[in-house]
Design a protein around this ligand. Structure first.
Ligand code: BG6
Length: 474
């Protein structure tokens, strides 16, 4: 009983939040490189952006990250010490194709990731690779408007083919898009969308989403053709929507919010636009333009497993009370009076994790993979760089217990668990460094200043023990 023997324990990172080296070895500029920290970040990630370049008045955290580009050997050695079976990471598209539309890939970029995968292989760590994690070449945004254009499908598939060919035998597990539902909330970050005044933003988002869904299905086809051992997953930002009360209007609204997120996975895992989505998109005049072959493509090339991030549940009321809101991954929702909250105001709800695991499994009946979960908080170091992060340990302990219950008591089929940011990295929503998730502390501040020295926090030994005992010793 408990976790299966081959359960994949590990951690997850994203290129733009940790690599730095944003102009090294031929890497091109990506959307994430022009998302600053500070108050303008949310406006820009929402697609309301004036110019597609950096300026001197802002700080751009992707430019330095935690400089994993130069520290990857040390970092992966630390992951191996933790006992990782899997390392989820993403490819920076512009390291491989700096502009996105070249015919020939950039060898230096390909070599960088090959070095990482060979190191993983050396330590017996299986990579789980996100092909795009909030990543789109600026050149493709300037020339064709990012994912609003169908041409993106070909550029993306060229990237996929390059990766599947080059890393055949080194990588077997792939995710096509990180948190694909993020496109509705952070469309510049999720899909390189920039809006002009008076545009129907919702229609553009769903058109771009359609292109991503077709691209994801064709990538699945390609991955299986190149290597039948490849396993392809979709990935969404999950977290069940609770009705704020048992008032039917609240219950109905909560169902609608869940469907807004499930829509993407319904297509990627079940292979068709669900009836509720067609009705709603038609009503709003937002039904995407499709090519005749799309229905068949979506139907035939569904994913092998369903991956998701879970940070918090959401609480949904039919009428919004702006004075009673909680923050959270993806979007703010009504403040649940039964929960506590992180320093960034995100609800803490381990049972909600078990509920989410069950609901997602009930809906798709495919193996699941939890590829993000964790507590972003402020860490205080002593003079040796040590952090007593008991709050983080408690958060993870409760969530891993909930996951264990979902497997043991409820029969959910779960392939693995990669908690978010095993090493501190830049926050996606705020661009801060001080919002830390790691077992490994990195000495760098919000402005990119520091020694970049890596030190183990208290949680390092704790997670090491969790993995060594296959989740028995929490
Ligand atoms: C997910 C993203 O939304 O949440 C990650 O896939 C992100 O990229 C994570 O870092 C945590 O959010 P944040 O804003 O605390 O970094």
């Amino acid at each position: 009983m408990g976790f299966p023997d081959n359960f994949l324990w590990g951690g997850a990172t994203a290129a733009n939040q940790c690599e730095g080296g944003y102009q090294e070895d031929g890497r091109g500029l990506a959307n994430v490189d022009i998302c600053p920290s500070g108050p303008d970040r949310s406006k820009i990630i929402a697609g309301h952006i004036e110019h597609l370049s950096c300026d001197k008045n802002h700080h751009y955290p992707s430019h330095h990250g935690i400089d994993l580009y130069h520290h990857y050997q040390e970092d992966i050695a630390l992951f191996a010490k933790l006992g990782f079976k899997v390392y989820r990471m993403s490819i920076a598209w512009t390291r491989i194709y700096p502009k996105g539309d070249e015919d020939i890939p950039n060898e230096a970029g390909l070599q960088f990731y090959e070095n990482i995968f060979r190191l993983c292989q050396h330590y017996g760590i299986e990579p789980l690779v996100t092909i795009t994690h909030f990543d789109c070449p600026i050149h493709l945004i300037k020339t064709i408007g990012g994912w609003r254009s169908r041409e993106m499908i070909d550029h993306y598939l060229k990237l996929c083919k390059t990766l599947f060919d080059r890393y055949q035998g080194l990588v077997h597990n792939w995710l096509t898009f990180n948190e694909i539902n993020m496109i509705l909330h952070a469309p510049f970050m999720g899909a390189g969308l920039v809006f002009q005044k008076e545009e129907n933003e919702t229609a553009i988002k769903y058109q771009a989403a359609h292109h991503e869904l077709v691209a994801s299905a064709l990538a699945t086809k390609l991955a299986h053709e190149i290597d039948p051992n490849n396993q392809i997953g979709c990935m969404f930002a999950a977290g069940s929507a609770y009705p704020y009360s048992c008032k039917p209007e609240d219950v109905f609204k909560a169902m609608q919010v869940d469907r807004e997120n499930y829509f993407f996975i319904d297509v990627q895992s079940r292979g068709a636009y669900p009836a509720y989505a067609i009705k709603q998109l038609q009503r709003k005049n937002c039904m995407p333009k499709m090519e005749p072959e799309d229905t068949q493509i979506l139907k035939e090339y569904t994913v092998d497993f369903v991956a998701f991030s879970y940070y918090n549940s959401r609480c949904i009321a039919a009428s919004l009370d702006k004075n009673n809101m909680a923050e959270g991954n993806l979007f703010a929702s009504a403040k649940n009076p039964y929960l506590t909250f992180s320093k960034w105001g995100w609800p803490i709800d381990p049972l909600g994790f078990r509920i989410t695991l069950n609901q997602v499994y009930d809906r798709y009946q495919k193996p699941l993979f939890v590829v993000e979960n964790g507590l972003g908080t402020i860490d205080e170091t002593d003079e040796h760089g040590y952090v007593e992060d008991d709050e983080r340990i408690q958060y993870l302990r409760n969530h891993i217990q909930a996951m264990k219950d979902a497997i043991e008591e409820d029969g959910v089929e779960l392939l693995g668990y990669t908690c978010w940011g095993p090493i501190d990295l830049v926050s996606a929503s705020s661009g801060e460094m001080k919002k830390r998730y790691g077992f490994i502390y990195v000495d760098v501040d919000d402005m990119g200043k520091g020694s970049y020295r890596r030190t183990k926090k208290k949680s390092f030994a704790w997670y090491q023990k969790v993995i060594a005992s296959n989740g028995e010793d929490l």
